[in-house]
Design a protein around this ligand. Structure first.
Ligand code: THU
Length: 160
């Protein structure tokens, strides 16, 4: 038996080090937290997606008294984008979150289900989705959702 080490690449930077386009997306993700319906967790998550044509789509978590019926910010944004602009690839996704103290200091990281949904987007449009995870202390910037998902499961795994 041997150990296998898997490497992932994540960049950590300040918002002002991002490109103007990415800074705008982070700003929209922060604004989108205002559209969150987080009656139960009081954790307000905002998402902003940039499409291939430059258009920005917002998302925000939507909770429900029947907890599993709610949905994360990332998936509301991804599904809205695909339902309205299915011909447009998603190039970048930014997320930001507020707790009782304000925006989180540490970058907010997507849950497993949202990672899997974003992976499907990369598979569908055959291009990586840049991910920007905002925190007041700094931003994690990833070139692809695969950087958050070593040994991920995609369609092609069923045919190998
Ligand atoms: N949530 C998101 O919207 N995105 C994440 O990446 C993590 C969690 C939401 C789901 C739920 O409404 C609340 O945050 C607490 O889990």
């Amino acid at each position: 038996m041997k150990d296998i080490k898997l490497e992932i690449n994540i960049q950590y930077c300040q918002v002002d080090e991002l490109s103007e386009e990415d800074r705008e997306l982070v700003t929209v993700a922060k604004e989108a937290t205002q559209n969150s319906y987080a009656k139960y967790s009081h954790f307000c998550v905002g998402a902003a997606i940039r499409l291939g044509d430059g258009r920005i789509i917002k998302g925000a978590n939507q909770e429900n008294a029947a907890f599993p019926s709610g949905l994360c910010a990332e998936r509301t944004a991804v599904f809205a984008a695909q339902a309205n602009y299915p011909e447009q690839p998603i190039t970048t996704l930014a997320i930001a979150a507020k707790n009782e103290y304000g925006f989180t200091g540490e970058p907010v990281t997507p849950c497993g289900s949202c990672r899997q949904v974003m992976l499907e987007i990369e598979d569908r449009y055959q291009q990586p989705v840049k991910i920007l995870l905002y925190g007041t202390h700094g931003v994690y910037a990833l070139k692809s959702i695969k950087d958050l998902m070593p040994l991920c499961f995609v369609d092609e795994n069923m045919h190998k």
